[in-house]
Write a new protein. Sequence first.
Length: 339
Amino acid sequence: MGPRIRRRAFIAASGTTGIAAFAGCIGEDAQEQEDNQEGGDGGGDIGEANPDADGQILSWHAGGTSGTYYPLSGDFKSIVEEHTPHGLQVQSTGASVENVGSLSREDAHFALIQNDIAHFAATGTGIDEFEGQAVSNIRGVATLYPETIHVVTQADSGVESISDLEGASVNTGDLGSGTQVNALQILETAGIGSGDFDEQNTNFATAADQLRDGDVDASFVVGGWPVGSVEELATTDDISLIELSADLNEEIQSEAEWFASDVVPAGTYDGIDEDVHTVSVQAMIATHEGVDTGIVEEVTTAIFDNTGDIGQKSDFIDVDSAQDAMPIDLHPGAQRYFE
């Protein structure tokens, strides 16, 4: 059975632009999106890949330079290159949806994506871009940490709840990104359809500038806290995080089972003095069925045997929780390690 989700708002909001955005990610002539979902100021690679003589250069697609995916992938690069013969070429991308496209075309060996986007891709359900277009070669490696839904506004904006966003200007993240998917799901569940607000679509860094300049009333940001762009904004401006009410939180989870309750702890950002209740999805490592079983096992072993060397989200990344909320079939190489 497909996921329980109200799809009306997302389909109406994305329409042909959403389909075009996804085609730009999946199609053979795709152009890289250099500004992206998990933050992002532009593209680029982290250093050079340095394989040993008997190793390979492995392509690892991350996310934006202002978010969590990119620096975390740098940690993975260091670990993999120290503990395997392989070199990891980490690339900044448009994150989840774009990374699914890279895996489907086998342009990347590994990628970081959200677990809800992985489910949509593998089943060909849930959002219009994937409807009837299942990505049959995508495989799971491990889940990592919660990607928390932040709804950011200026402290003096007067926006105190999701319902206050009706009629407002709201940045929902890049077109076709996991952030946009999540934002439109939450707004629809709250009764705010696509015609009920002014939707803006940019990366996280630009969204922060829009908030600072008063060009938008609120912005959705999805990432492991603290998210760099939100952290930076909070050092220069008084911000507020919109809390999801208990009723809305429960309804969101009943409509889309990949969401889980989450909290942004007090003190995570300047000016946020109380815990903020929200929801999250899971970040995960994905690969495709064409990657050699031995390589996937080596990379998985290196990462999860050396989690103490991870600097980003290290409190969450652990072998014991690495299969929690895994939405797709495991690659045989990962299965070897975890079993």
